[in-house]
Design a protein around this ligand. Structure first.
Ligand code: PHE
Length: 359
């Protein structure tokens, strides 16, 4: 049995019970570690080493000790105090790092956030197709010309060999302008009057395309609009033949629709061309096998064309013995909806952004 060392021996053993010290330490340490913020940590510090703490009580006891053991006790308490201070400091550092991190997190700008950007528009699908058509013809050496949308009866009809009682007039219902003038004014029903303006200009030869808005008193439906767009073509030169017309159509159709779309001419009638033809393209929807869009025929009519009628040349002072030419005209809107497989012309003018932004 070991003899307990007597307090009076020359090497006095430390006066404080090491289990109690360990208990004080572990109790304080767990409070310190559990402190969730600086205030809680200050509270833990107060409880661990403050005036009313068990630690402070031990310190007071120290004074009553015999000087011989007081030194050992002082060392014990200093050692404990050092470890508690260390634990407090560690926790303080951890808490302030945490606090800093969470402040940074709060202040952080989320640069990945999706901001609504200003809406950006683009050209209307009809304008896009019109510009593409212009590019194709400019590439073939044509100029792009324009004419007025309000025309006289003479330009829109008479000069084009459509006299007042001609049945061709009744095929287009017309918007007349009440001008109060003797001359009858109207919204042009086609771009063909620009043929007359170009011929009157007197500069030959002519290779021109004329895009523009035209007006007819039609009730809107899937294939008609009262305001739509045409592209007119006029070529006048020496020795121009019907073969040149056919070749021109065969060149521009695949340039617009792609190589798989074919074109054909069928006999037609227009007062200002002779002979006249209607030109058709193979249906892009069914590739010519027949479907609803092409009414089962495999072909879709695109426009009219023909050789410039001698009467038109005579109206404008061009000698038909010296010059010959061809003209064609078709609806840009119809061409645009065929190009894009759009079912209804009216969609083009409803201004629904969800529709327009697709093209
Ligand atoms: N202007 C005719 C129409 O609107 C089309 C056409 C133009 C026909 C040129 C022949 C020559 O239907």
């Amino acid at each position: 049995m070991a003899t307990e060392p007597s307090p009076t021996t020359s090497a006095p053993s430390p006066p404080f019970d090491s289990t109690e010290l360990a208990e004080i330490e572990s109790e304080a340490a767990s409070r310190i570690d559990a402190a969730a913020d600086i205030e809680a940590l200050e509270e833990a510090e107060r409880l661990a080493v403050g005036k009313r703490s068990r630690f402070a009580l031990l310190y007071q006891q120290l004074r009553s000790f015999d000087p011989a053991v007081r030194k050992g006790g002082g060392q014990q308490l200093q050692e404990l105090r050092r470890r508690l201070d260390e634990a407090l400091e560690r926790r303080r550092a951890a808490l302030s790092a945490e606090e800093r991190a969470s402040r940074l997190l709060e202040d952080r700008l989320d640069l990945t956030e999706v901001m609504s950007s200003p809406l950006q528009g683009h050209l209307h699908v009809v304008t896009q197709v019109r510009e593409e058509l212009e590019d194709v013809f400019v590439g073939m050496g044509y100029e792009v010309a324009e004419g007025p949308e309000i025309e006289s009866d003479w330009y829109n009809f008479e000069a084009l060999n459509i006299p007042p009682d001609h049945p061709a007039r009744s095929s287009v219902d017309t918007f007349f302008v009440d001008s109060g003038q003797a001359e009858t004014l109207l919204l042009r029903t086609h771009t063909s009057p620009v043929q007359i303006h170009l011929l009157e200009r007197g500069r030959l030869p002519i290779y021109a395309v004329v895009p523009g808005r035209v007006y007819r008193r039609d009730t809107p439906d899937a294939t008609h609009l009262p305001v739509f767009h045409q592209l007119e073509g006029l070529v006048v030169d020496r020795g121009v033949s019907f073969g040149d017309l056919a070749g021109t159509i065969e060149t521009f159709v695949p340039a617009i629709f792609g190589a798989s779309v074919r074109s054909r001419l069928r006999p037609g009638y227009f007062p200002f061309t002779e002979p006249s033809a209607e030109f058709e393209i193979s249906c892009a929807i069914c590739d010519g096998s027949g479907c609803r869009t092409c009414s089962g025929t495999g072909w879709i009519e695109l426009g009219g064309c023909g050789m410039v009628h001698p009467a038109v040349f005579e109206q404008t002072g061009v000698d038909p013995e010296e010059w010959s030419g061809f003209a064609f005209g078709f609806g840009i809107d119809r061409l645009a909806i065929m190009r894009h497989g759009i079912a209804d012309l009216r969609l083009l003018v409803e201004n629904d952004v969800r529709f327009l932004e697709q093209f």
